[in-house]
Design a protein around this ligand. Structure first.
Ligand code: XLS
Ligand code: NI
Ligand code: NI
Length: 433
Protein backbone atom coordinates (compact mmCIF):
# COMPACT_ATOMS: atom_id res chain seq x y z
CA UNK A 1 0.00 0.00 0.00
CA UNK A 2 1.19 3.51 -0.80
CA UNK A 3 -0.24 6.42 1.17
CA UNK A 4 -1.14 8.57 -1.84
CA UNK A 5 -4.89 8.05 -1.46
CA UNK A 6 -4.72 7.75 2.35
CA UNK A 7 -8.09 8.30 4.02
CA UNK A 8 -10.09 8.00 0.79
CA UNK A 9 -12.70 5.25 1.10
CA UNK A 10 -13.76 2.67 -1.45
CA UNK A 11 -16.54 4.30 -3.51
CA UNK A 12 -19.90 2.54 -3.20
CA UNK A 13 -23.37 3.08 -4.59
CA UNK A 14 -25.59 5.03 -2.19
CA UNK A 15 -28.41 6.13 -4.49
CA UNK A 16 -29.45 9.49 -6.01
CA UNK A 17 -30.26 11.10 -2.64
CA UNK A 18 -26.84 10.55 -1.08
CA UNK A 19 -24.95 13.71 -0.08
CA UNK A 20 -21.68 11.80 0.38
CA UNK A 21 -19.03 13.10 -2.04
CA UNK A 22 -17.29 9.74 -1.98
CA UNK A 23 -20.26 7.71 -3.22
CA UNK A 24 -21.93 6.83 -6.51
CA UNK A 25 -25.41 8.23 -6.96
CA UNK A 26 -26.15 6.41 -10.23
CA UNK A 27 -23.42 3.88 -10.95
CA UNK A 28 -24.68 0.69 -9.38
CA UNK A 29 -22.59 -2.08 -10.97
CA UNK A 30 -25.06 -4.88 -10.20
CA UNK A 31 -28.24 -3.09 -11.29
CA UNK A 32 -29.71 -4.86 -14.30
CA UNK A 33 -30.76 -2.84 -17.35
CA UNK A 34 -32.11 -4.58 -20.45
CA UNK A 35 -31.04 -7.92 -19.01
CA UNK A 36 -27.41 -6.93 -18.39
CA UNK A 37 -25.53 -5.63 -15.34
CA UNK A 38 -24.65 -1.96 -15.47
CA UNK A 39 -20.97 -2.75 -15.06
CA UNK A 40 -21.13 -5.03 -18.11
CA UNK A 41 -22.92 -2.38 -20.16
CA UNK A 42 -20.48 0.43 -19.37
CA UNK A 43 -17.18 -1.45 -19.03
CA UNK A 44 -15.38 1.58 -17.53
CA UNK A 45 -11.65 2.01 -18.00
CA UNK A 46 -9.19 4.42 -16.37
CA UNK A 47 -6.57 5.98 -18.69
CA UNK A 48 -3.04 5.69 -17.31
CA UNK A 49 -1.68 8.65 -19.30
CA UNK A 50 -3.97 11.37 -18.04
CA UNK A 51 -4.24 10.13 -14.47
CA UNK A 52 -0.68 9.03 -13.73
CA UNK A 53 1.70 10.33 -16.41
CA UNK A 54 0.47 13.87 -17.19
CA UNK A 55 2.41 16.58 -15.32
CA UNK A 56 -0.23 19.31 -15.71
CA UNK A 57 1.41 21.41 -18.42
CA UNK A 58 -0.24 23.64 -20.98
CA UNK A 59 1.27 25.70 -23.86
CA UNK A 60 2.05 28.54 -21.44
CA UNK A 61 3.26 26.72 -18.37
CA UNK A 62 4.91 23.52 -17.27
CA UNK A 63 4.35 21.07 -14.52
CA UNK A 64 1.77 21.80 -11.83
CA UNK A 65 1.25 18.27 -10.54
CA UNK A 66 4.07 16.95 -8.35
CA UNK A 67 3.51 13.25 -8.05
CA UNK A 68 5.92 11.24 -5.92
CA UNK A 69 6.26 8.65 -8.74
CA UNK A 70 7.46 11.12 -11.41
CA UNK A 71 10.94 10.23 -12.67
CA UNK A 72 12.71 7.86 -15.02
CA UNK A 73 13.51 4.76 -12.99
CA UNK A 74 11.97 1.32 -12.93
CA UNK A 75 11.36 1.65 -9.18
CA UNK A 76 9.27 4.76 -9.75
CA UNK A 77 7.41 3.05 -12.61
CA UNK A 78 6.48 0.23 -10.23
CA UNK A 79 5.45 2.76 -7.57
CA UNK A 80 3.24 4.43 -10.20
CA UNK A 81 1.62 1.07 -10.98
CA UNK A 82 0.95 0.54 -7.25
CA UNK A 83 -0.83 3.90 -7.03
CA UNK A 84 -2.72 3.23 -10.28
CA UNK A 85 -4.12 -0.05 -8.99
CA UNK A 86 -5.10 1.68 -5.74
CA UNK A 87 -7.22 4.13 -7.73
CA UNK A 88 -8.71 1.26 -9.77
CA UNK A 89 -9.64 -0.48 -6.49
CA UNK A 90 -11.14 2.66 -4.94
CA UNK A 91 -13.35 3.09 -8.02
CA UNK A 92 -14.05 -0.60 -8.59
CA UNK A 93 -13.01 0.01 -12.20
CA UNK A 94 -13.13 -3.17 -14.29
CA UNK A 95 -10.52 -1.95 -16.82
CA UNK A 96 -7.56 0.32 -17.53
CA UNK A 97 -5.68 1.40 -20.70
CA UNK A 98 -2.09 2.49 -21.32
CA UNK A 99 0.58 3.56 -23.81
CA UNK A 100 4.10 2.13 -23.42
CA UNK A 101 5.39 5.61 -22.53
CA UNK A 102 2.93 5.89 -19.61
CA UNK A 103 4.06 2.77 -17.81
CA UNK A 104 7.80 2.43 -18.44
CA UNK A 105 10.80 4.79 -18.47
CA UNK A 106 12.16 5.58 -21.96
CA UNK A 107 15.55 3.88 -22.47
CA UNK A 108 18.65 5.25 -24.24
CA UNK A 109 18.11 2.66 -27.01
CA UNK A 110 15.15 0.72 -28.35
CA UNK A 111 16.47 -2.43 -26.68
CA UNK A 112 16.54 -0.67 -23.31
CA UNK A 113 13.01 0.72 -23.73
CA UNK A 114 11.79 -2.76 -24.63
CA UNK A 115 13.49 -4.28 -21.60
CA UNK A 116 11.83 -1.65 -19.41
CA UNK A 117 8.44 -2.32 -21.00
CA UNK A 118 8.73 -6.05 -20.51
CA UNK A 119 9.81 -5.54 -16.90
CA UNK A 120 6.74 -3.42 -16.19
CA UNK A 121 4.47 -5.83 -18.04
CA UNK A 122 5.66 -8.55 -15.62
CA UNK A 123 4.69 -6.24 -12.78
CA UNK A 124 1.30 -5.35 -14.29
CA UNK A 125 0.60 -9.02 -14.93
CA UNK A 126 1.15 -9.78 -11.24
CA UNK A 127 -1.06 -6.82 -10.28
CA UNK A 128 -3.87 -7.96 -12.58
CA UNK A 129 -3.72 -11.43 -11.03
CA UNK A 130 -4.39 -9.92 -7.58
CA UNK A 131 -6.89 -7.20 -8.52
CA UNK A 132 -10.21 -7.05 -10.30
CA UNK A 133 -9.03 -4.51 -12.88
CA UNK A 134 -7.96 -5.92 -16.27
CA UNK A 135 -6.61 -4.40 -19.49
CA UNK A 136 -9.15 -2.97 -21.94
CA UNK A 137 -6.52 -1.89 -24.45
CA UNK A 138 -2.88 -1.11 -24.96
CA UNK A 139 -1.27 1.19 -27.50
CA UNK A 140 2.09 2.65 -28.56
CA UNK A 141 2.85 6.31 -27.96
CA UNK A 142 4.14 7.34 -31.38
CA UNK A 143 3.63 11.08 -30.97
CA UNK A 144 5.51 12.47 -27.92
CA UNK A 145 9.18 11.69 -28.59
CA UNK A 146 10.97 13.89 -31.16
CA UNK A 147 11.66 10.88 -33.42
CA UNK A 148 7.95 10.88 -34.33
CA UNK A 149 7.70 14.57 -35.17
CA UNK A 150 7.20 13.90 -38.91
CA UNK A 151 5.03 10.85 -38.41
CA UNK A 152 5.37 7.18 -37.46
CA UNK A 153 4.24 4.83 -40.28
CA UNK A 154 3.80 7.90 -42.52
CA UNK A 155 7.27 9.33 -41.81
CA UNK A 156 9.27 10.25 -44.94
CA UNK A 157 12.22 8.41 -43.32
CA UNK A 158 11.85 4.61 -43.75
CA UNK A 159 13.94 4.03 -40.62
CA UNK A 160 11.16 5.62 -38.59
CA UNK A 161 8.68 3.22 -40.26
CA UNK A 162 10.87 0.39 -38.95
CA UNK A 163 10.89 1.96 -35.48
CA UNK A 164 7.10 2.28 -35.61
CA UNK A 165 6.85 -1.41 -36.57
CA UNK A 166 9.10 -2.34 -33.64
CA UNK A 167 7.05 -0.18 -31.25
CA UNK A 168 3.67 -1.53 -32.32
CA UNK A 169 4.96 -5.10 -32.28
CA UNK A 170 6.28 -4.63 -28.72
CA UNK A 171 2.99 -3.11 -27.56
CA UNK A 172 0.85 -5.76 -29.27
CA UNK A 173 2.97 -8.40 -27.52
CA UNK A 174 2.50 -6.61 -24.20
CA UNK A 175 -1.26 -6.21 -24.72
CA UNK A 176 -1.56 -9.87 -25.73
CA UNK A 177 0.36 -11.03 -22.65
CA UNK A 178 -1.83 -8.94 -20.36
CA UNK A 179 -5.03 -10.33 -21.87
CA UNK A 180 -5.97 -6.95 -23.35
CA UNK A 181 -9.29 -6.99 -25.17
CA UNK A 182 -8.31 -4.50 -27.90
CA UNK A 183 -5.27 -2.89 -29.44
CA UNK A 184 -5.65 0.81 -30.37
CA UNK A 185 -3.87 2.91 -33.00
CA UNK A 186 -4.27 6.67 -32.76
CA UNK A 187 -2.16 8.53 -35.30
CA UNK A 188 -1.51 11.93 -33.79
CA UNK A 189 1.47 12.51 -36.08
CA UNK A 190 0.07 10.50 -39.01
CA UNK A 191 -0.83 13.55 -41.00
CA UNK A 192 0.94 16.70 -42.07
CA UNK A 193 1.86 20.21 -41.02
CA UNK A 194 2.17 21.59 -44.57
CA UNK A 195 1.33 20.16 -47.99
CA UNK A 196 4.41 21.96 -49.32
CA UNK A 197 6.69 19.20 -48.04
CA UNK A 198 4.24 16.27 -48.06
CA UNK A 199 3.68 13.39 -50.49
CA UNK A 200 0.14 12.70 -49.36
CA UNK A 201 -0.36 9.68 -51.63
CA UNK A 202 2.81 7.93 -50.49
CA UNK A 203 2.10 8.58 -46.80
CA UNK A 204 -1.42 7.19 -47.10
CA UNK A 205 -0.16 4.09 -48.92
CA UNK A 206 2.44 3.48 -46.20
CA UNK A 207 -0.20 3.88 -43.47
CA UNK A 208 -2.41 1.35 -45.27
CA UNK A 209 0.37 -1.23 -45.65
CA UNK A 210 1.36 -0.70 -42.01
CA UNK A 211 -2.16 -1.45 -40.84
CA UNK A 212 -2.27 -4.61 -42.98
CA UNK A 213 0.98 -5.70 -41.31
CA UNK A 214 -0.56 -5.01 -37.88
CA UNK A 215 -3.51 -7.26 -38.74
CA UNK A 216 -1.20 -9.97 -40.10
CA UNK A 217 0.78 -9.82 -36.85
CA UNK A 218 -2.40 -10.12 -34.79
CA UNK A 219 -3.10 -13.48 -36.45
CA UNK A 220 0.51 -14.55 -36.19
CA UNK A 221 0.54 -14.22 -32.39
CA UNK A 222 -3.06 -15.38 -31.95
CA UNK A 223 -4.28 -12.14 -30.41
CA UNK A 224 -8.04 -12.52 -30.10
CA UNK A 225 -8.86 -8.89 -29.32
CA UNK A 226 -10.00 -6.21 -31.75
CA UNK A 227 -7.72 -3.81 -33.64
CA UNK A 228 -9.15 -0.31 -33.32
CA UNK A 229 -8.35 2.94 -35.13
CA UNK A 230 -9.11 6.13 -33.19
CA UNK A 231 -10.22 8.91 -35.57
CA UNK A 232 -9.27 12.54 -34.96
CA UNK A 233 -9.24 15.38 -37.52
CA UNK A 234 -6.31 17.44 -36.26
CA UNK A 235 -4.21 18.21 -33.16
CA UNK A 236 -1.30 17.78 -32.96
CA UNK A 237 -1.00 17.62 -36.79
CA UNK A 238 -2.73 20.25 -38.88
CA UNK A 239 -4.48 17.45 -40.74
CA UNK A 240 -4.64 13.81 -39.61
CA UNK A 241 -5.37 11.00 -42.06
CA UNK A 242 -7.85 9.27 -39.71
CA UNK A 243 -10.07 12.36 -39.82
CA UNK A 244 -13.40 10.84 -38.74
CA UNK A 245 -15.36 7.57 -38.91
CA UNK A 246 -16.32 8.06 -42.57
CA UNK A 247 -12.72 8.72 -43.58
CA UNK A 248 -11.48 5.70 -41.64
CA UNK A 249 -14.08 3.50 -43.32
CA UNK A 250 -12.96 4.61 -46.80
CA UNK A 251 -9.37 3.95 -45.80
CA UNK A 252 -10.18 0.47 -44.46
CA UNK A 253 -12.09 -0.38 -47.66
CA UNK A 254 -9.19 0.79 -49.77
CA UNK A 255 -6.81 -1.57 -47.99
CA UNK A 256 -9.23 -4.49 -47.64
CA UNK A 257 -9.42 -4.16 -43.85
CA UNK A 258 -13.08 -3.28 -43.26
CA UNK A 259 -13.78 -6.71 -41.76
CA UNK A 260 -10.64 -6.62 -39.61
CA UNK A 261 -10.40 -3.21 -37.97
CA UNK A 262 -12.98 -1.25 -35.99
CA UNK A 263 -12.99 2.18 -34.38
CA UNK A 264 -12.39 3.70 -30.96
CA UNK A 265 -14.54 6.82 -31.05
CA UNK A 266 -13.78 9.80 -28.81
CA UNK A 267 -16.38 12.41 -27.87
CA UNK A 268 -14.00 15.37 -28.19
CA UNK A 269 -12.59 14.19 -31.52
CA UNK A 270 -16.08 13.91 -33.00
CA UNK A 271 -16.75 17.54 -32.06
CA UNK A 272 -13.42 18.68 -33.55
CA UNK A 273 -14.41 16.95 -36.81
CA UNK A 274 -17.64 18.96 -36.90
CA UNK A 275 -19.86 16.03 -35.91
CA UNK A 276 -21.78 15.04 -32.82
CA UNK A 277 -20.52 12.08 -30.80
CA UNK A 278 -23.77 10.22 -31.48
CA UNK A 279 -23.37 10.79 -35.22
CA UNK A 280 -19.97 9.11 -35.18
CA UNK A 281 -21.32 6.20 -33.11
CA UNK A 282 -24.38 5.69 -35.30
CA UNK A 283 -22.30 5.83 -38.48
CA UNK A 284 -19.71 3.37 -37.17
CA UNK A 285 -22.48 0.98 -36.09
CA UNK A 286 -24.18 1.19 -39.48
CA UNK A 287 -20.86 0.43 -41.21
CA UNK A 288 -20.04 -2.45 -38.87
CA UNK A 289 -16.94 -0.77 -37.41
CA UNK A 290 -18.14 0.28 -33.95
CA UNK A 291 -15.64 -0.91 -31.34
CA UNK A 292 -15.09 1.19 -28.22
CA UNK A 293 -15.38 4.74 -26.88
CA UNK A 294 -13.06 7.31 -25.38
CA UNK A 295 -15.28 9.30 -23.05
CA UNK A 296 -14.61 12.96 -22.32
CA UNK A 297 -15.87 16.43 -23.23
CA UNK A 298 -14.34 19.54 -24.72
CA UNK A 299 -14.80 23.06 -23.46
CA UNK A 300 -17.47 24.76 -25.61
CA UNK A 301 -15.52 28.00 -25.98
CA UNK A 302 -11.91 26.94 -26.41
CA UNK A 303 -12.57 24.74 -29.46
CA UNK A 304 -9.73 22.41 -28.65
CA UNK A 305 -9.33 18.84 -27.34
CA UNK A 306 -9.50 19.76 -23.65
CA UNK A 307 -10.18 16.16 -22.52
CA UNK A 308 -12.37 17.04 -19.54
CA UNK A 309 -14.40 14.54 -17.58
CA UNK A 310 -18.02 14.33 -18.79
CA UNK A 311 -20.56 16.04 -16.55
CA UNK A 312 -23.69 16.39 -18.70
CA UNK A 313 -25.81 13.25 -18.56
CA UNK A 314 -28.44 14.55 -21.00
CA UNK A 315 -25.78 14.94 -23.69
CA UNK A 316 -24.23 11.53 -23.00
CA UNK A 317 -27.63 9.81 -23.07
CA UNK A 318 -27.75 10.43 -26.82
CA UNK A 319 -24.43 8.61 -27.13
CA UNK A 320 -25.36 5.65 -24.94
CA UNK A 321 -28.63 5.32 -26.83
CA UNK A 322 -26.56 4.71 -29.97
CA UNK A 323 -24.36 2.24 -28.09
CA UNK A 324 -27.53 0.31 -27.13
CA UNK A 325 -28.84 0.44 -30.70
CA UNK A 326 -25.48 -0.94 -31.85
CA UNK A 327 -26.03 -3.94 -29.56
CA UNK A 328 -23.71 -2.69 -26.81
CA UNK A 329 -19.99 -3.30 -26.34
CA UNK A 330 -18.36 -6.62 -27.10
CA UNK A 331 -14.59 -6.15 -26.63
CA UNK A 332 -14.97 -2.37 -26.22
CA UNK A 333 -15.78 -0.20 -23.24
CA UNK A 334 -15.99 3.33 -21.88
CA UNK A 335 -12.44 4.60 -21.42
CA UNK A 336 -12.07 7.93 -19.59
CA UNK A 337 -9.67 9.64 -21.95
CA UNK A 338 -10.08 12.60 -19.63
CA UNK A 339 -7.86 14.62 -17.36
CA UNK A 340 -8.34 16.78 -14.31
CA UNK A 341 -7.57 20.50 -14.73
CA UNK A 342 -4.01 21.59 -13.99
CA UNK A 343 -5.16 23.38 -10.82
CA UNK A 344 -6.73 20.17 -9.44
CA UNK A 345 -3.78 19.18 -7.32
CA UNK A 346 -5.27 16.97 -4.63
CA UNK A 347 -5.52 13.17 -4.74
CA UNK A 348 -9.25 13.65 -3.98
CA UNK A 349 -9.63 15.61 -7.24
CA UNK A 350 -8.42 12.63 -9.25
CA UNK A 351 -10.79 10.24 -7.48
CA UNK A 352 -13.83 12.51 -7.63
CA UNK A 353 -13.29 13.36 -11.30
CA UNK A 354 -13.76 9.66 -12.05
CA UNK A 355 -16.68 9.32 -9.65
CA UNK A 356 -18.47 12.19 -11.41
CA UNK A 357 -17.67 10.84 -14.85
CA UNK A 358 -18.86 7.34 -13.98
CA UNK A 359 -22.06 8.69 -12.44
CA UNK A 360 -22.72 10.92 -15.47
CA UNK A 361 -22.38 7.94 -17.80
CA UNK A 362 -24.48 5.67 -15.57
CA UNK A 363 -27.27 8.25 -15.37
CA UNK A 364 -27.11 8.66 -19.15
CA UNK A 365 -27.22 4.91 -19.68
CA UNK A 366 -30.23 4.52 -17.34
CA UNK A 367 -32.20 7.14 -19.30
CA UNK A 368 -31.18 5.67 -22.65
CA UNK A 369 -32.05 2.12 -21.54
CA UNK A 370 -35.48 3.20 -20.29
CA UNK A 371 -36.34 4.83 -23.60
CA UNK A 372 -34.90 1.94 -25.58
CA UNK A 373 -36.93 -0.55 -23.57
CA UNK A 374 -40.13 1.50 -23.98
CA UNK A 375 -39.52 1.25 -27.74
CA UNK A 376 -41.36 4.55 -28.39
CA UNK A 377 -38.59 6.19 -30.36
CA UNK A 378 -37.82 2.99 -32.27
CA UNK A 379 -41.51 2.51 -33.06
CA UNK A 380 -41.62 6.02 -34.52
CA UNK A 381 -38.48 5.33 -36.53
CA UNK A 382 -39.88 2.04 -37.86
CA UNK A 383 -43.16 3.71 -38.79
CA UNK A 384 -41.25 6.35 -40.76
CA UNK A 385 -39.62 3.69 -42.93
CA UNK A 386 -42.57 1.24 -43.00
CA UNK A 387 -43.17 1.90 -46.70
CA UNK A 388 -39.97 0.02 -47.46
CA UNK A 389 -41.51 -3.19 -46.15
CA UNK A 390 -43.82 -3.48 -49.18
CA UNK A 391 -42.83 -5.87 -52.04
CA UNK A 392 -42.97 -3.04 -54.61
CA UNK A 393 -40.48 -0.97 -52.59
CA UNK A 394 -38.12 -3.91 -51.99
CA UNK A 395 -38.22 -4.84 -55.70
CA UNK A 396 -36.98 -1.34 -56.64
CA UNK A 397 -33.68 -1.93 -54.87
CA UNK A 398 -33.12 -5.10 -56.89
CA UNK A 399 -34.25 -3.74 -60.25
CA UNK A 400 -32.99 -0.98 -62.53
CA UNK A 401 -33.39 2.77 -62.42
CA UNK A 402 -35.82 2.55 -65.37
CA UNK A 403 -37.95 -0.03 -63.54
CA UNK A 404 -38.14 2.16 -60.45
CA UNK A 405 -39.01 5.13 -62.65
CA UNK A 406 -41.77 3.16 -64.42
CA UNK A 407 -43.70 2.84 -61.14
CA UNK A 408 -44.49 6.54 -61.20
CA UNK A 409 -46.73 6.43 -64.26
CA UNK A 410 -47.87 2.81 -63.90
CA UNK A 411 -49.12 3.39 -60.32
CA UNK A 412 -49.87 7.11 -60.70
CA UNK A 413 -47.52 7.98 -57.79
CA UNK A 414 -47.82 11.49 -56.35
CA UNK A 415 -46.13 11.20 -52.92
CA UNK A 416 -47.56 13.35 -50.10
CA UNK A 417 -44.85 14.75 -47.75
CA UNK A 418 -45.19 13.54 -44.16
CA UNK A 419 -44.10 15.27 -40.95
CA UNK A 420 -40.68 14.31 -39.59
CA UNK A 421 -42.10 15.01 -36.09
CA UNK A 422 -38.79 16.29 -34.76
CA UNK A 423 -40.16 18.41 -31.92
CA UNK A 424 -42.53 15.65 -30.80
CA UNK A 425 -39.60 13.23 -30.69
CA UNK A 426 -37.46 15.76 -28.82
CA UNK A 427 -40.24 16.13 -26.27
CA UNK A 428 -40.46 12.36 -25.98
CA UNK A 429 -36.70 12.21 -25.46
CA UNK A 430 -36.87 14.83 -22.70
CA UNK A 431 -39.47 12.81 -20.81
CA UNK A 432 -36.84 10.12 -20.25
CA UNK A 433 -33.86 12.29 -19.28
C1 XLS B 1 -5.42 11.94 -28.20
C2 XLS B 1 -5.95 10.59 -28.15
C3 XLS B 1 -5.10 9.59 -27.39
C4 XLS B 1 -5.53 8.18 -27.73
C5 XLS B 1 -4.54 7.14 -27.40
O1 XLS B 1 -6.12 12.90 -28.55
O2 XLS B 1 -7.24 10.65 -27.63
O3 XLS B 1 -5.15 9.83 -26.02
O4 XLS B 1 -6.74 7.88 -27.11
O5 XLS B 1 -3.33 7.32 -28.04
NI1 NI C 1 -8.13 12.74 -27.58
NI1 NI D 1 -8.43 9.05 -27.10
Amino acid sequence: MTDFFKGIPQIRYEGPESANEFAFRHYNPDEVLLGKRMEDHLRFAVAYWHSFAWPGGDPFGGQTLQRPWFGDTMDLARFKADVAFELFDILGAPFYCFHDADVRPEGATFAESLKNLNGIVDYLEAKQAKHKTQLLWGTANMFSHRRWMSGAATNPDPDVYAYAAASVKANMDATHRLGGQNYVLWGGREGYETLLNTDLGAERAHAGRFLQQVVEYKYKIGFKGAILIEPKPQEPSKHQYDYDVATVYGFLKDFGLEGEVKTNIEQGHAILAGHSFEHELALAASLGIFGSIDMNRNDYQSGWDTDQFPNNHAEKALAFYEVLRAGGFTTGGTNFDAKIRRQSLDPEDLVLAHVGGMDTCARALKAAAKLYEADELEAARRARYAGWETPAAKAMLKGSLAEAAARVTAEGLEPEPKSGRQERLENLWNRYI
